[in-house]
Design a protein around this ligand. Structure first.
Ligand SMILES: *Cc1c(COP(=O)(O)O)cnc(C)c1O
Length: 396
């Protein structure tokens, strides 16, 4: 089937899959570490890159390739590299594209471990970094130096849902001979395709929306051109950040329903966000789909929908937040996001507890902020769950 002629959901279902000799509709799990050559010559040609074919699963595997080809097609890339985790994708991007003496500008509220890896470890290898609020283009412009080789942004950002203008970032990066890398995990390729807006590399924690079923940890990188894809793949192979065939099979299976899951969760999120905004015990609600979001228009210009992530602050601060989290029954009190199950968590004491308070507040993560990842349950059940948890009493 020709990818270019089909819609997004058709690509979700068909792209990347190649039937085996039995005509299996789904790419089978090639649970093997190595691949036998037909002859010594064939083995030598494969190693020399003169012949296509598989060698060893860390380097490549048909089940993993089916997933990579599917995601590359969804993002409009020249190639994708699946990794053991989202952090495996981040590590591969840093190691492949940066070296001693290089500088990167990145989003202050970026996923915590992405910042820790850069500031505490890549720095040991001579990589310099500046973290700014990238939702303001001027901040990035000011932070760029002669040795800036990468702009690395996360949009929407976690958990404050700040939006960075991707077209403006691509322009800035390319005027300064740097690459633009985008962590697009919160949007998924269904809602945002950074390569179309000029980015060079997109990465995802597939643990979240792409897999969508809270049963796998994984990551993926998608590159604008083959040269970049080749550099990323080489580094993934050397660092051993490869995905496993069984993991790839599960992610590919979960991916097929991405558009259906997001449509459903997003519709519920829009209702829940409006409902929360009207309650007097909620201080504020941050949801891209609300006009009250300070970057509502920019978000909907570069994304095709507001997604399923909401954050809000209760008037009673942290204590009220704790009470809410202890009382919910449908939503699970857990970190992670983007799955069929609704999850609730408190960033200040959980995902972002390692961050100094000053930095946390700068990144828009107040003490009482609650993060809500809307799943695909019946929206009335989710609303009733929040109502009983907030009111602390059964419905009258
Ligand atoms: C979860 C997450 C990561 C890290 O992914 P893992 O699969 O947990 O390694 C990176 N970026 C964002 C935005 C995330 O939400």
């Amino acid at each position: 089937m020709q990818d270019k002629e089909t819609g997004f959901t058709s690509k979700l279902v068909h792209a990347g899959s190649s039937p085996d000799d039995c005509g299996s509709v789904v790419t089978p799990i090639y649970q093997t570490s190595t691949f036998a050559f037909e002859s010594a010559r064939q083995g030598a040609d494969r190693f020399a890159g003169k012949a296509d074919g598989y060698i060893y699963t860390r380097i490549g595997n048909p089940t993993i390739k089916a997933l990579e080809d599917c995601v590359s097609s969804l993002e409009g890339g020249a190639g994708a590299i699946a990794t053991s985790s989202g952090m495996g994708a981040v590590t591969t991007a840093y190691m492949a594209l940066l070296g001693s003496g290089d500088h990167i500008v990145s989003t202050a509220s970026v996923y915590g471990p992405s910042r820790t890896l850069m500031e505490q470890h890549m720095s040991r290898f001579g990589v310099e970094s500046t973290y700014v609020d990238t939702s303001n283009v001027a901040n990035v412009e000011r932070a760029i130096r002669g040795n800036t080789k990468m702009i690395y942004v996360e949009t929407p950002s976690n958990p404050a849902m700040q939006i960075t203008d991707l077209e403006a970032m691509a322009k800035l990066a390319h005027e300064n001979d740097a690459v633009l890398v985008v962590d697009s995990t919160f949007a998924s390729p269904y809602l945002q395709r950074p390569l179309e807006l000029g980015a060079d590399v997109v990465l995802h924690s597939v643990t979240k929306f792409i897999n969508g079923h809270a049963d796998v940890v994984g990551g993926i990188l998608i590159a604008r051109d083959e040269e970049l894809a080749g550099r990323l793949r080489k580094m993934m192979v050397l660092t051993g950040c490869n995905m496993d065939p069984h993991q790839a099979y599960l992610v590919h299976r979960g991916l097929k329903t991405l558009s259906l899951r997001i449509e459903r969760a997003q519709e519920s999120a829009q209702r829940i966000a409006r409902w929360l905004e009207e309650r007097r015990d909620i201080d504020w609600v941050r949801y891209i789909g609300l006009k009250s979001h300070p970057q509502h228009e920019l978000a909907l210009r570069q994304m095709s929908g507001p997604g399923a992530m909401i954050c809000f602050e209760l008037k009673g601060g942290l204590e009220a937040g704790e009470r809410l989290m202890n009382r919910v029954k449908v939503a699970a009190l857990a970190v992670s996001l983007g799955g069929v199950e609704t999850l609730i968590q408190h960033p200040a004491s959980m995902t972002h507890s390692g961050m100094p308070r000053e930095e946390r507040l700068e990144a828009g993560i107040s003490d009482g902020l609650v993060r809500f990842s809307v799943g695909i349950e019946d929206v009335d059940d989710l609303l009733e769950d929040l109502r009983q948890a907030l009111d602390g009493s059964p419905a009258a």
